[in-house]
Design a protein around this ligand. Structure first.
Ligand SMILES: *Cc1c(COP(=O)(O)O)cnc(C)c1O
Ligand SMILES: [Zn+2]
Length: 378
């Protein structure tokens, strides 16, 4: 019933196979029948593992957890309107990536693997390193040399081996991919188990809304670990008959690095090649998302869209969120800038204010050390 399946050639493998891609080189997905025993769930600890029957780990003893998840969903003011925002910047390692890492590293423990490779522009590396430390698994994290020093320090503190790679984010992914040939690749973009952790984002939102789905979810999209996770999560809830339909998924990219925006706006069959420029939203600066086609399909199927925000919109939104008590990182403020943009566009088109919109703070601002507020701005 439950198995790994290749999105290119449809080959299938048991979930117990220690592989992270198909022998044809294709990406793997997990076919998994999730169950939601609502009453039992309500009686459990408020962590993402309360959806135990929906997470593809066989034995409880393999679970590597810091009691993560079930983050608050609270109203936050965006100009005149209030939007419910999931507080995913409060995770132990400082970002929602802990959702994916707890499931992936539990699976790796279950597979008996003792050495993994990962590449990250920061937060995914922090999360993987933190769980590997708890699980006693050796991990080599490849990071772009220009990653925020705060994130690098955190990865090193957990005891991971850090490999700084000169060049672009894509050069870094390539270096990790070739190192992964001889090891297990704990990649947050390739490895399907990561997405079966981030999907709990959708479960929590629905439970917090009394097992109703919102109309619209606005979230960041680079590699799509949260967006695809949300799509999988909402799809599983639909399949199990818990909710009726998948919410509209609105993905936010940085204007300076927006391959998915370009693809959807020009209705291209393949993810378009772009010439990326630097952006303060480092966490979503992904020029070649490996699951790009899946992301486009998920967004379209949900009736959603992709929008872009520029660095000055991100900075303004960041400062405004901080002054409201939410100390988030610039990548996270790209999403909140996206919420503003979505609301502006929407107000111009129609006035349907029954729309239940949910968004997310993806990462803590405490790792980010750069200053961009000028004194004479006040
Ligand atoms: C990873 C990350 C994102 C976006 O994730 P993708 O998987 O690249 O779509 C957004 N915000 C923060 C803080 C992140 O760490
Ligand atoms: Zn294949």
């Amino acid at each position: 019933m439950n198995f790994l399946t290749c999105i290119e050639c449809n080959n299938t493998y048991p979930l117990s196979d220690p592989i992270w891609r198909c022998s044809c080189g294709g990406l793997l997905d997990i076919e998994f029948e999730a169950a939601f025993p609502i009453k039992k769930i309500a009686e459990r600890k408020p962590t993402m593992w309360r959806y135990r029957e929906a997470i593809p780990i066989v034995e409880d003893k393999n679970i590597i957890t810091f009691d993560e998840g079930f983050t608050p969903l609270i109203p936050v003011a965006f100009n005149e309107r209030s939007v419910l925002v999931k507080q995913d910047h409060v995770f132990a390692s400082g970002s929602y990536k802990d959702r994916g890492a707890t499931v992936l590293i539990s699976k790796i423990k279950e597979l008996g693997i003792s050495h993994v490779i990962e590449d990250s522009s920061g937060n995914a590396g922090c999360a993987i390193a933190m769980y590997c430390a708890k699980a006693n698994i050796t991990c080599d994290i490849y990071v772009p040399a220009k990653t925020s020093p705060g994130k690098l320090a955190q990865i090193e503190h957990y005891g991971a081996n850090v490999d700084r790679i000169m060049g672009s984010r894509e050069d870094c992914a390539k270096a990790a991919l070739s190192a992964a040939a001889g090891h297990y690749y704990a990649s947050h973009s390739w490895n399907p188990f990561f997405f079966h952790g981030t999907k709990t984002f959708a479960f929590e939102i629905c439970e917090q809304l009394n097992w109703e789905a919102p109309d619209t979810v606005i979230l960041p999209v680079g590699n799509g670990t949260l967006l695809l996770g949300a799509y999988i999560g909402f799809s599983e809830l639909v399949l199990a008959g818990v909710i009726e339909k998948i919410p509209k998924l609105i993905g936010v990219q940085s204007t300076n690095c927006a391959p998915l925006y370009k693809t959807i706006k020009s209705d291209l069959p393949e993810v378009s090649r772009i010439d990326p420029k630097p952006t303060i939203a480092e966490g979503i600066a992904i020029a070649e998302p490996v699951r790009g086609k899946q992301i486009i399909k998920a967004v379209k199927e949900s009736g959603g869209d992709i929008l872009v925000v520029n660095d000055s919109e991100i900075q303004n939104s960041l400062l405004s969120m901080e002054k409201n008590g939410f100390y988030i990182e610039p990548t996270s403020a790209a999403t909140t800038a996206g919420v503003n943009k979505y609301l502006e566009n929407r107000n111009r088109n129609d006035d349907d204010d029954d729309e239940l919109i949910v968004s997310v703070f993806t990462g803590s601002g405490l790792k980010y050390k750069k200053m961009f507020r000028k004194k004479n701005n006040d």
